[in-house]
Design a protein around this ligand. Structure first.
Ligand code: HEC
Length: 262
């Protein structure tokens, strides 16, 4: 039923699109997009599928709030976010998907002809504005992403319950939390790099001691990957500003451990 609805919408979209006579693509992709109304364009082009619905069972695609949550990480600039959205709309595919759960449920987003400028305007609007929250959102988030709704790609609660982690993993994470708590107030670049090295040791300890397996292990893996990426970044960081950004992200990421594991 959902698929039929979706197919209908797409066919309708194609008909409207082909009849509008506006499908000559502009070569000037970097025209000023300030004149375009991102909110209106989003309503017209995206919300037909990405609307909020009245219940979680009644939607054709994840609402834009969820999409933004999965795409926007703390240290992303507007440009990086816009490019990420653009990359997706240009080439929606299973391999590119950051929302594998959504792909599983709805199938991959159908590829459509969007004007690049319009998608840019939509993405700029998304970056700078809070996306409306569906009425069912909070409950759903709690079941999937815990009390604080800190989203990590590929990581979901075990049917609303926390995963059981082995004691050494929890110990390693707690050591990391202690390291970040015990950090100078006005750090130098070397402070950040040294913190990266100390966190690296704890990470190695966790990896060496891990006895988890199966789905719990996969979820731990999803949890650790972005952390490891940031630790590597911190070890080699070359500006205080970037160091501070990575540091803030790492602190939040570490705090989220207790939302997902016990
Ligand atoms: C015909 C329905 C439809 C329309 C119209 C649509 N989408 Fe989607 N979109 C989907 C579905 C279904 C998914 C979930 C499956 C997936 O992730 O591929 C999705 C997922 C996404 C994702 C997450 C992809 C991922 O998994 O990483 C982004 C980003 C996105 N859409 C952006 C947009 C934008 C921006 C627009 C408007 C310009 C738009 N979509 C219009 C159906 C649609």
């Amino acid at each position: 039923m959902k698929r039929i609805k979706l197919f209908g919408l797409i066919s309708l979209g194609i008909i409207i699109y082909s009849c509008s006579g506006e499908n000559t693509k502009s070569n000037h992709v970097d025209n000023n997009i300030a004149e375009l109304d991102g909110e209106e364009l989003m309503k017209k082009n995206c919300l037909i599928c990405h609307g909020n619905g009245t219940s979680h069972d009644d939607i054709l695609a994840p609402p834009m709030r969820g999409v933004k949550n999965h795409y926007l990480t703390d240290e992303m600039t507007e440009e990086e976010f816009v490019n990420a959205i653009l990359n997706w709309t240009n080439n929606p595919s299973e391999e590119n998907a950051k929302m594998p759960g959504a792909v599983n449920r709805f199938g991959v987003m159908p590829k459509q002809q969007f004007e690049e400028q319009e998608v840019k305007a939509i993405a700029v609007y998304m970056y700078n504005n809070e996306m409306p929250k569906p009425v069912w959102f909070e409950q759903h988030m709690k079941e999937k992403h815990g009390e604080n709704g800190f989203i990590i790609e590929g990581l979901e609660l075990d049917n609303g319950e926390k995963w059981k982690a082995n004691a050494e993993t929890t110990e390693g994470i707690n050591n990391m939390i202690a390291l970040t708590a015990d950090f100078p107030e006005n750090p130098t670049i070397e402070d950040y790099q040294n913190l990266g090295l100390s966190l690296e040791e704890e990470k190695q300890y966790i990896l060496n001691q891990c006895t988890m397996n199966g789905v719990a292990h996969d979820n731990l893996h999803s949890y650790l990957l972005p952390l490891i990426r940031r630790i590597n970044g911190l070890k080699e960081v070359e500006s205080i500003q970037k160091g501070a950004k990575i540091f803030n992200y790492i602190k939040k990421h570490l705090n989220a451990y207790n939302d997902y594991f016990e």
